[in-house]
Design a protein around this ligand. Structure first.
Ligand SMILES: [Zn+2]
Length: 286
Protein backbone atom coordinates (compact mmCIF):
# COMPACT_ATOMS: atom_id res chain seq x y z
CA UNK A 1 0.00 0.00 0.00
CA UNK A 2 1.22 3.44 -0.90
CA UNK A 3 0.61 6.35 1.42
CA UNK A 4 -1.26 9.26 -0.05
CA UNK A 5 0.90 12.35 -0.39
CA UNK A 6 -0.53 14.20 -3.36
CA UNK A 7 -3.85 13.70 -5.04
CA UNK A 8 -5.66 15.30 -7.97
CA UNK A 9 -9.23 14.83 -9.11
CA UNK A 10 -10.44 16.06 -12.50
CA UNK A 11 -14.14 16.20 -13.25
CA UNK A 12 -15.90 17.34 -16.39
CA UNK A 13 -18.50 16.61 -19.00
CA UNK A 14 -17.76 14.40 -21.96
CA UNK A 15 -19.87 15.61 -24.88
CA UNK A 16 -20.24 13.55 -28.03
CA UNK A 17 -19.52 15.61 -31.15
CA UNK A 18 -20.56 12.68 -33.33
CA UNK A 19 -22.50 9.48 -32.75
CA UNK A 20 -20.74 6.83 -30.65
CA UNK A 21 -20.64 3.06 -30.80
CA UNK A 22 -19.11 1.14 -27.89
CA UNK A 23 -19.95 -2.48 -28.50
CA UNK A 24 -21.98 -4.27 -25.86
CA UNK A 25 -21.07 -7.88 -26.43
CA UNK A 26 -23.28 -10.45 -28.05
CA UNK A 27 -26.58 -9.87 -26.33
CA UNK A 28 -28.95 -9.38 -29.19
CA UNK A 29 -32.27 -8.85 -27.45
CA UNK A 30 -32.91 -5.66 -29.40
CA UNK A 31 -32.53 -7.50 -32.67
CA UNK A 32 -29.50 -5.61 -33.91
CA UNK A 33 -26.31 -7.07 -35.33
CA UNK A 34 -24.14 -4.85 -33.17
CA UNK A 35 -25.62 -3.53 -29.90
CA UNK A 36 -24.09 -0.77 -27.79
CA UNK A 37 -23.14 -1.29 -24.17
CA UNK A 38 -25.81 -0.26 -21.65
CA UNK A 39 -26.18 -0.33 -17.88
CA UNK A 40 -28.62 -2.92 -16.46
CA UNK A 41 -31.13 -0.02 -16.35
CA UNK A 42 -30.76 0.47 -20.10
CA UNK A 43 -28.78 3.72 -20.03
CA UNK A 44 -25.68 4.20 -22.17
CA UNK A 45 -22.36 4.55 -20.39
CA UNK A 46 -18.66 4.57 -21.17
CA UNK A 47 -16.64 1.97 -19.23
CA UNK A 48 -13.74 3.55 -17.34
CA UNK A 49 -11.44 0.91 -18.85
CA UNK A 50 -12.34 2.06 -22.40
CA UNK A 51 -11.75 5.66 -21.45
CA UNK A 52 -8.40 4.77 -19.85
CA UNK A 53 -7.35 2.97 -23.03
CA UNK A 54 -8.16 6.01 -25.15
CA UNK A 55 -6.39 8.34 -22.72
CA UNK A 56 -3.30 6.12 -22.60
CA UNK A 57 -2.92 5.71 -26.35
CA UNK A 58 -3.43 9.45 -26.86
CA UNK A 59 -0.61 10.18 -24.39
CA UNK A 60 1.65 7.47 -25.85
CA UNK A 61 1.44 9.04 -29.29
CA UNK A 62 2.50 12.41 -27.89
CA UNK A 63 5.19 11.08 -25.52
CA UNK A 64 6.88 9.51 -28.51
CA UNK A 65 7.71 13.00 -29.84
CA UNK A 66 8.71 14.71 -26.57
CA UNK A 67 12.50 14.84 -26.08
CA UNK A 68 13.79 12.73 -23.17
CA UNK A 69 10.39 11.10 -22.63
CA UNK A 70 9.79 7.48 -23.51
CA UNK A 71 7.02 4.99 -24.05
CA UNK A 72 7.88 1.36 -24.65
CA UNK A 73 4.77 0.75 -26.76
CA UNK A 74 5.55 3.18 -29.57
CA UNK A 75 9.27 3.92 -29.67
CA UNK A 76 10.91 1.27 -31.77
CA UNK A 77 13.86 -0.32 -30.01
CA UNK A 78 13.04 1.35 -26.70
CA UNK A 79 12.64 -1.30 -24.04
CA UNK A 80 11.39 -1.02 -20.51
CA UNK A 81 10.88 -3.85 -17.97
CA UNK A 82 7.36 -4.31 -19.39
CA UNK A 83 8.70 -5.32 -22.80
CA UNK A 84 11.60 -7.33 -21.32
CA UNK A 85 9.97 -8.97 -18.34
CA UNK A 86 12.02 -12.15 -18.38
CA UNK A 87 15.28 -10.25 -18.63
CA UNK A 88 14.25 -7.91 -15.81
CA UNK A 89 13.16 -10.80 -13.55
CA UNK A 90 16.48 -12.58 -14.22
CA UNK A 91 18.48 -9.53 -13.15
CA UNK A 92 16.29 -9.16 -10.10
CA UNK A 93 16.90 -12.78 -9.11
CA UNK A 94 20.63 -12.82 -9.83
CA UNK A 95 21.32 -9.59 -7.93
CA UNK A 96 18.80 -10.48 -5.23
CA UNK A 97 17.34 -6.94 -5.05
CA UNK A 98 15.46 -6.01 -1.92
CA UNK A 99 12.23 -3.95 -2.14
CA UNK A 100 14.07 -0.64 -2.08
CA UNK A 101 16.47 -1.68 -4.82
CA UNK A 102 13.60 -3.04 -6.90
CA UNK A 103 11.72 0.25 -6.54
CA UNK A 104 14.84 2.18 -7.56
CA UNK A 105 15.34 0.06 -10.67
CA UNK A 106 11.69 0.39 -11.66
CA UNK A 107 11.75 4.16 -11.20
CA UNK A 108 14.84 4.42 -13.37
CA UNK A 109 13.92 1.88 -16.04
CA UNK A 110 10.14 1.85 -16.50
CA UNK A 111 9.09 4.11 -19.37
CA UNK A 112 7.04 7.20 -18.63
CA UNK A 113 3.68 5.74 -19.66
CA UNK A 114 4.23 2.49 -17.69
CA UNK A 115 5.06 4.62 -14.62
CA UNK A 116 1.78 6.49 -14.95
CA UNK A 117 -0.64 3.83 -16.21
CA UNK A 118 0.86 0.82 -14.47
CA UNK A 119 2.84 -2.20 -15.62
CA UNK A 120 3.21 -5.85 -14.62
CA UNK A 121 5.59 -4.53 -11.95
CA UNK A 122 3.80 -1.46 -10.63
CA UNK A 123 0.28 -0.19 -9.93
CA UNK A 124 -1.41 2.49 -11.94
CA UNK A 125 -1.37 5.99 -10.48
CA UNK A 126 -4.42 7.07 -12.45
CA UNK A 127 -7.99 5.83 -12.05
CA UNK A 128 -10.94 6.31 -14.40
CA UNK A 129 -14.52 5.99 -13.18
CA UNK A 130 -17.21 4.66 -15.49
CA UNK A 131 -18.81 7.61 -17.27
CA UNK A 132 -22.57 7.65 -16.75
CA UNK A 133 -24.91 9.49 -19.05
CA UNK A 134 -26.21 12.91 -18.03
CA UNK A 135 -28.23 13.95 -21.04
CA UNK A 136 -29.22 11.97 -24.07
CA UNK A 137 -32.06 11.48 -26.51
CA UNK A 138 -33.41 8.57 -24.43
CA UNK A 139 -33.37 6.51 -27.61
CA UNK A 140 -30.71 4.46 -29.31
CA UNK A 141 -30.26 5.10 -33.01
CA UNK A 142 -29.88 2.27 -35.45
CA UNK A 143 -27.83 2.64 -38.61
CA UNK A 144 -27.39 0.40 -41.59
CA UNK A 145 -23.98 -0.63 -42.71
CA UNK A 146 -22.76 -2.43 -45.76
CA UNK A 147 -20.14 -5.09 -45.35
CA UNK A 148 -16.93 -4.20 -47.19
CA UNK A 149 -14.70 -6.90 -48.62
CA UNK A 150 -11.22 -6.38 -47.18
CA UNK A 151 -9.38 -7.34 -50.35
CA UNK A 152 -11.41 -5.67 -53.06
CA UNK A 153 -12.68 -2.85 -50.78
CA UNK A 154 -16.01 -3.21 -52.55
CA UNK A 155 -19.38 -3.71 -50.93
CA UNK A 156 -20.31 -7.33 -50.53
CA UNK A 157 -23.48 -7.88 -52.53
CA UNK A 158 -26.54 -8.52 -50.44
CA UNK A 159 -24.76 -8.46 -47.08
CA UNK A 160 -26.06 -5.65 -44.91
CA UNK A 161 -25.91 -5.30 -41.17
CA UNK A 162 -27.09 -2.72 -38.69
CA UNK A 163 -25.46 -1.28 -35.62
CA UNK A 164 -26.56 0.89 -32.72
CA UNK A 165 -25.32 4.40 -32.10
CA UNK A 166 -25.63 6.79 -29.16
CA UNK A 167 -26.55 10.11 -30.71
CA UNK A 168 -24.41 13.22 -31.08
CA UNK A 169 -24.80 15.74 -28.24
CA UNK A 170 -25.21 13.13 -25.50
CA UNK A 171 -23.20 14.00 -22.38
CA UNK A 172 -21.48 11.84 -19.78
CA UNK A 173 -19.97 12.67 -16.38
CA UNK A 174 -16.18 12.23 -16.23
CA UNK A 175 -14.00 11.70 -13.16
CA UNK A 176 -10.28 10.97 -13.17
CA UNK A 177 -8.23 10.49 -9.99
CA UNK A 178 -4.43 10.81 -9.95
CA UNK A 179 -2.48 9.72 -6.88
CA UNK A 180 1.09 10.62 -5.96
CA UNK A 181 2.13 11.75 -9.44
CA UNK A 182 5.67 12.79 -10.28
CA UNK A 183 6.02 16.06 -12.20
CA UNK A 184 6.25 13.97 -15.37
CA UNK A 185 3.05 12.05 -14.55
CA UNK A 186 1.14 15.25 -13.88
CA UNK A 187 2.49 16.88 -17.03
CA UNK A 188 1.45 13.89 -19.15
CA UNK A 189 -2.05 13.86 -17.66
CA UNK A 190 -2.37 17.57 -18.46
CA UNK A 191 -1.29 16.86 -22.05
CA UNK A 192 -4.06 14.26 -22.34
CA UNK A 193 -6.70 16.47 -20.72
CA UNK A 194 -5.77 19.38 -22.96
CA UNK A 195 -6.16 17.22 -26.06
CA UNK A 196 -9.61 16.19 -24.90
CA UNK A 197 -10.64 19.76 -24.07
CA UNK A 198 -9.52 20.68 -27.60
CA UNK A 199 -11.93 18.11 -29.03
CA UNK A 200 -9.22 15.68 -30.15
CA UNK A 201 -10.80 12.75 -28.34
CA UNK A 202 -12.14 9.62 -29.98
CA UNK A 203 -13.67 6.53 -28.40
CA UNK A 204 -15.40 3.31 -29.35
CA UNK A 205 -15.73 1.42 -32.60
CA UNK A 206 -16.40 2.41 -36.21
CA UNK A 207 -14.08 5.38 -35.93
CA UNK A 208 -13.39 5.22 -39.67
CA UNK A 209 -17.10 6.01 -40.17
CA UNK A 210 -16.62 9.20 -38.18
CA UNK A 211 -18.08 7.86 -34.97
CA UNK A 212 -16.81 8.34 -31.43
CA UNK A 213 -15.65 11.96 -31.49
CA UNK A 214 -15.96 13.90 -28.26
CA UNK A 215 -14.70 16.86 -26.28
CA UNK A 216 -14.44 17.53 -22.56
CA UNK A 217 -16.16 20.64 -21.26
CA UNK A 218 -16.64 22.23 -17.83
CA UNK A 219 -13.47 20.65 -16.51
CA UNK A 220 -12.67 21.29 -12.85
CA UNK A 221 -9.49 20.23 -11.06
CA UNK A 222 -9.07 19.61 -7.33
CA UNK A 223 -5.74 19.20 -5.58
CA UNK A 224 -4.55 17.93 -2.24
CA UNK A 225 -0.95 18.27 -1.09
CA UNK A 226 0.08 16.53 2.11
CA UNK A 227 3.82 16.65 1.38
CA UNK A 228 4.39 19.69 3.59
CA UNK A 229 4.57 18.84 7.29
CA UNK A 230 1.14 19.02 8.87
CA UNK A 231 0.64 21.33 11.79
CA UNK A 232 -1.85 19.54 13.92
CA UNK A 233 -1.55 21.90 16.84
CA UNK A 234 -4.99 23.31 16.03
CA UNK A 235 -6.93 20.45 14.47
CA UNK A 236 -10.05 22.63 14.17
CA UNK A 237 -8.47 25.00 11.74
CA UNK A 238 -9.97 25.01 8.31
CA UNK A 239 -6.62 25.65 6.70
CA UNK A 240 -5.10 22.32 7.68
CA UNK A 241 -5.38 20.27 4.45
CA UNK A 242 -5.34 16.89 6.19
CA UNK A 243 -8.11 17.96 8.56
CA UNK A 244 -10.16 19.38 5.69
CA UNK A 245 -9.70 16.19 3.68
CA UNK A 246 -10.68 13.88 6.51
CA UNK A 247 -13.82 15.72 7.60
CA UNK A 248 -14.98 17.00 4.21
CA UNK A 249 -17.81 15.25 2.39
CA UNK A 250 -17.62 16.78 -1.10
CA UNK A 251 -14.63 17.36 -3.36
CA UNK A 252 -15.01 21.10 -2.71
CA UNK A 253 -14.79 20.54 1.05
CA UNK A 254 -12.02 17.95 0.95
CA UNK A 255 -9.65 19.44 -1.60
CA UNK A 256 -8.56 22.76 -3.07
CA UNK A 257 -10.27 23.73 -6.29
CA UNK A 258 -7.90 24.79 -9.07
CA UNK A 259 -8.77 28.44 -9.67
CA UNK A 260 -7.70 28.62 -13.32
CA UNK A 261 -7.77 25.27 -15.10
CA UNK A 262 -6.37 26.67 -18.33
CA UNK A 263 -3.31 28.06 -16.55
CA UNK A 264 -2.93 24.83 -14.56
CA UNK A 265 -2.70 22.79 -17.78
CA UNK A 266 -0.25 25.22 -19.38
CA UNK A 267 1.98 25.31 -16.31
CA UNK A 268 2.29 21.57 -15.86
CA UNK A 269 2.79 20.91 -19.57
CA UNK A 270 5.52 23.57 -19.43
CA UNK A 271 7.24 21.76 -16.55
CA UNK A 272 7.06 18.49 -18.52
CA UNK A 273 8.84 20.03 -21.50
CA UNK A 274 11.63 21.53 -19.41
CA UNK A 275 12.35 18.39 -17.38
CA UNK A 276 15.37 16.51 -18.62
CA UNK A 277 15.67 12.81 -18.03
CA UNK A 278 17.00 11.90 -14.62
CA UNK A 279 16.58 15.39 -13.24
CA UNK A 280 13.29 14.52 -11.67
CA UNK A 281 14.61 11.74 -9.48
CA UNK A 282 16.59 14.30 -7.59
CA UNK A 283 13.63 16.66 -7.29
CA UNK A 284 10.82 14.48 -6.10
CA UNK A 285 10.73 12.27 -3.11
CA UNK A 286 8.26 9.49 -2.71
ZN1 LIG B 1 6.92 0.76 -20.68
Amino acid sequence: MREMHRKYVFTGTLELTSGMHIGGGESNLRGTDSPVILTPEGDPFIPGSSFKGVFRSMIERIVAVIPNRNTCSLILGYDCPTTKQEDFNDRRRVSNWNETELARHLKRELCDTCQLFGSPFSASKIFFSDLYVEEWAEAIQRRDGVAIDRDSEKAVEGFKYDFEVISVGSTFKMQIVLENPSDTDLGLVCVGLNEFVSGMGGIGGMRSRGLGNFKITEMIGYELDLTTPQTLTDPQTDTNPLHRYLVGKTLEEKMTKVSDMDRFLKEHIGVLLTLVSGEENAQTTS
